[in-house]
Design a binder for this molecule. Structure first.
Ligand SMILES: [Zn+2]
Length: 146
């Protein structure tokens, strides 16, 4: 009995946290892309945009200015928990390009300032449902949600 109660409380907290992460706290960058935290102190960001089935990740500094990509590294994984799929990352001078995952999948990014840096993990729920007020897919929507 006690065990069941504890489990349902843990579940409730888990669901609540998941919901809070999905809505609110979504920040958009200068190109209306989704901002990801690529540092532990807000000094490096990723701005995620999408065009023609490709997802682009620009690297921005603390002032949201474009950073030239040289030594930085990015890994991306999507798929499902049971069957994660590593995405091919192409490096350009303005950032990185990956193929868009399936709608509804999570993209797990691992960003490194250079080959020896500690990786920073950022997650994006690639929810392509279009938000009515802003006409953007949910993954790049910053509308206030109730
Ligand atoms: Zn919206």
């Amino acid at each position: 009995m006690t065990h069941k109660i504890v489990t349902s409380i843990a579940l409730a907290i888990g669901l609540f946290t998941g919901n809070a992460m999905a809505h609110g706290d979504i920040e958009l960058g200068p190109n209306k892309g989704r901002i990801l935290e690529f540092s532990t102190n807000e000094t490096m960001h990723g701005e995620v945009t999408e065009a023609d089935g490709k997802v682009e990740i620009a690297v921005l500094d603390k002032d949201m200015k474009l950073v030239e990509v040289k030594d930085q590294e990015l890994n991306a994984t999507a798929g499902t928990r049971e069957k994660p799929a590593v995405l091919a990352v192409e490096k350009t001078k303005d950032g990185f390009v990956i193929p868009a995952p399936k709608a509804g999948e999570w993209i797990i990014f691992q960003f490194k300032l250079d080959g020896s840096a500690k990786p920073i993990t950022a997650r994006l729920h690639y929810n392509t449902t279009v938000c009515d007020p802003c006409k953007q897919p949910e993954w790049r929507c910053a509308c206030e949600k109730k």
